[in-house]
Design a protein. Structure first.
Length: 672
């Protein structure tokens, strides 16, 4: 590899003969404005975020480049124990069993921990979020009393054994069985086929002593669908228990500190009481009981209680994107490349429009997604926190939450992958050096797009979740009947509306006409564009599916998948912009609001520009307006350039965790 090809930054190639537009204001950070915006971005758990910023020590959460896989695994395990010793494992667990803070706080803590090493983040998520969360949410008092204290303190390390070789997204068809033996009062957990082996399971290769195993529950009366069972997998010395076969997934593209592995079970017997029985139980006589009669409804209710995992994955990915942007923008604010005409000193690369274009729209999108993340976290707390009522109305809200979380997780993880790569490129060869963290971050976040639900599958769930009367789909419908139901409801235009909030609706009502020359700056017009796209796409999907019958339903639905996925993404884009607009509207007048307002416009207009083919094809904008959108995006990038460091500081990445040497500013400790 030639040296020049490594060290050239985003201002690659010959300099543009036209001098870049130079900033018209100081390019340092305005701390007062940054703090006001940070308060908005912090949301309802601002106190917790501030506490974690001051509390987390770099040695607790940062990794070191290099080292063997075993060294990385050892380091991550030590750090997990340090965080557990400082009480971080207790966040979000029931207070009656020693937990601290509320359920939503656990998502916020996860977001903040994502500013550190992502291997550690995933290890924490497996232990406290997935394993501990399953025991907490799917189990009852007998499990809470026996296990939660040891889980929260890290004394009992565990796994969340759901995915199998043959089934990842289609959990309802996993093959592992848990058969009740009425003679002994035990459940017999078994892997009947090679495709039923549990795989990619965090903590499975080395550290787990117990696993929450998802299996098809069978009694003498027959099968009862997927349930979760606690299965001890290793003894105190780390050796596999009888009947448990463990494996190691070995080297991965990223996350070297996570011991992903496999479990296979050969007639492993556990007590009946190990069934996590919040939604279904077996009595001493071997009879199965559940308050939810429908197997489908029971399955989706069970999975619905685990929605926090997707909330956390989306939030964690969003934090990684913010840290990458902080590194790249700080580097770009001091790295110089090529002289401008008439000047002796080379130009700071962030003064080039091309460089601004690479980073600032992604910064705006990170702001937007973070604000939408705050909303779903607040809704999660309302519906899943201690004292939630569980009424029918709440169940409908739960389905809406699941739809929103699925889409936001998909969009945010894709954004993180794209943003970290763009940030790496924006730092040239320096971004490829391990000590500057971007390469490892990019490798680590890659898998976020497929765990806790493959993003493409999640967007299909979003499209289905847009339908009201969703409960109609909870019956025992086969695939063709379900698609037929979806087709009928979409075709009739029965869709969920999310623009009913008074503030957003007021902006929409006041939106300027499409031909108004100043409409690009109008928030109502921007919201209207997002709304029109989302509504049109869903309506036309319905028209395509109207001819669905039992015989052709799959073929018709399969042929429309590109349309379905686009409709889902448009819906999520719409609610993200609404969240951003609401946040701006709630701010008091002043410089901080004015700056955040421009960031919101950059998000909206750069999103319209990215999909301008659709807007032109469907008559929402003309070619002249399309060119005006691009010109306005360019202008917003120029306008925001002097405030770039303020906007970085406002994201609230803990300063102690931005240790990449290229991110050190000249006036900062250790700066150039």
């Amino acid at each position: 590899m030639a040296t020049d090809s490594v060290t050239t930054t985003a201002a690659e190639g010959a300099p543009d003969p036209a001098a870049p537009t130079r900033p018209t204001a100081p390019t340092g950070s305005d701390q007062a404005v940054a703090e006001q915006i940070c308060t908005v971005l912090d949301g309802a758990w601002g106190d917790l975020r501030r506490r974690i910023r001051s509390d987390l020590q770099p040695s607790w959460v940062l990794g070191e480049p290099g080292g063997t896989v075993e060294e990385q695994r050892d380091r991550v395990l030590r750090q997990l124990q340090v965080l557990a010793d400082h009480g971080y494992g207790r966040i979000g667990f029931p207070t009656s069993y020693g937990g601290e803070l509320d359920y939503g706080a656990s998502c916020v803590a996860f977001e903040m921990q994502a500013f550190g090493d992502l291997s550690l983040l995933v290890k924490l998520g497996v232990q406290f979020g997935l394993f501990g969360g399953a025991v907490s949410r799917l189990g009852t008092d007998r499990h809470h009393t026996a296990y939660l204290e040891d889980i929260m303190t890290g004394r009992l390390l565990g796994s969340f054994a759901m995915t199998e070789v043959g089934h990842g997204s289609n959990v309802q068809r996993i093959e592992t069985t848990a058969t009740y033996d009425a003679r002994t009062g035990e459940l017999v957990v078994h892997s009947p086929t090679p495709s039923s082996v549990k795989t990619y399971i965090g903590n499975a290769a080395r550290d787990a002593r117990m696993a929450v195993v998802f299996a098809q529950l069978i009694t003498d009366a027959g099968p009862h669908g997927v349930h979760a069972v606690l299965v001890p997998v290793r003894d105190e010395q780390g050796g596999p228990l009888p009947g448990v076969v463990t494996g190691d997934n070995g080297y991965k593209a990223g996350l070297p500190g996570v011991d992903n592995g496999t479990f296979a079970f050969d007639q492993v017997r556990v007590p009946r009481e190990n069934l996590l029985n919040a939604f279904g139980d077996i009595d001493e006589d071997g009879h199965y009981h559940s308050a939810i009669e429908s197997e489908n409804a029971r399955f989706f209710t069970m999975l619905g209680t685990l929605v926090r995992g997707r909330v956390c994955v989306g939030g964690g990915a969003g934090s990684a994107a913010k840290k990458a942007l902080a590194i790249a923008i700080r580097y770009g604010s001091q790295r110089r490349q090529f002289e401008a005409p008439g000047e002796e000193q080379e130009v700071v690369v962030l003064d080039y429009l091309a460089h601004q274009r690479k980073l600032l729209p992604r910064l705006a999108k990170s702001y937007a997604l973070g604000l939408a993340q705050n909303q779903v976290t607040e809704r999660l707390q309302e519906l899943h926190g201690e004292g939630a009522s569980g009424t029918t109305k709440d169940q409908e809200a739960q389905r809406e939450l699941e739809t929103r979380v699925a889409g936001l997780k998909a969009v945010t993880t894709w954004h993180a992958l794209d943003t970290i790569q763009a940030s790496r490129e924006a730092c040239g060869g320096a971004g490829y050096i391990a000590e500057n963290q971007l390469g490892q971050m990019r490798a680590d976040v890659d898998v976020f797009t497929t765990f806790e639900g493959d993003n493409t599958v999640l967007l299909q769930l979003v499209a289905k979740g847009l339908l009201t009367e969703y409960k109609e789909l909870w019956g025992d419908l086969d695939g063709a009947a379900l698609v037929g139901m979806v087709s009928k409801q979409v075709a009739e235009g029965v869709v969920e509306r999310t623009t009913g909030r008074a503030g957003v609706q007021k902006l929409l009502d006041l939106a300027k006409g499409r031909d108004d020359e100043s409409a690009l700056d109008d928030r109502g017009w921007q919201l209207s564009m997002f709304e029109q796209r989302a509504d049109h796409l869903l309506e036309t999907v319905g028209k395509r599916l109207r001819r669905a019958t039992k015989e052709n339903a799959f073929e018709l639905f399969n042929a429309a998948q590109d349309h379905v996925l686009l409709a889902a993404r448009a819906h999520i884009d719409r609610i993200v912009l609404e969240a951003f607009a609401e946040a701006v509207e709630a701010m008091p007048q002043g410089p901080a609001r004015e700056l955040l307002d421009r960031v919101c416009s950059l998000y909206a207009l750069s999103s319209i520009e990215e999909d301008k083919g659709w807007f032109i094809e469907h008559g929402r904008i003309g070619t002249a307006r399309s060119r005006a959108v691009t010109a306005q995006v360019n202008q917003l990038c120029r306008d925001l350039r002097p405030h770039a460091l303020t906007l970085v500081d406002a994201m609230g990445v803990p300063e102690s965790l931005i240790t990449a040497p290229i991110a050190a500013l000249p006036d900062a400790p250790g700066g150039a």
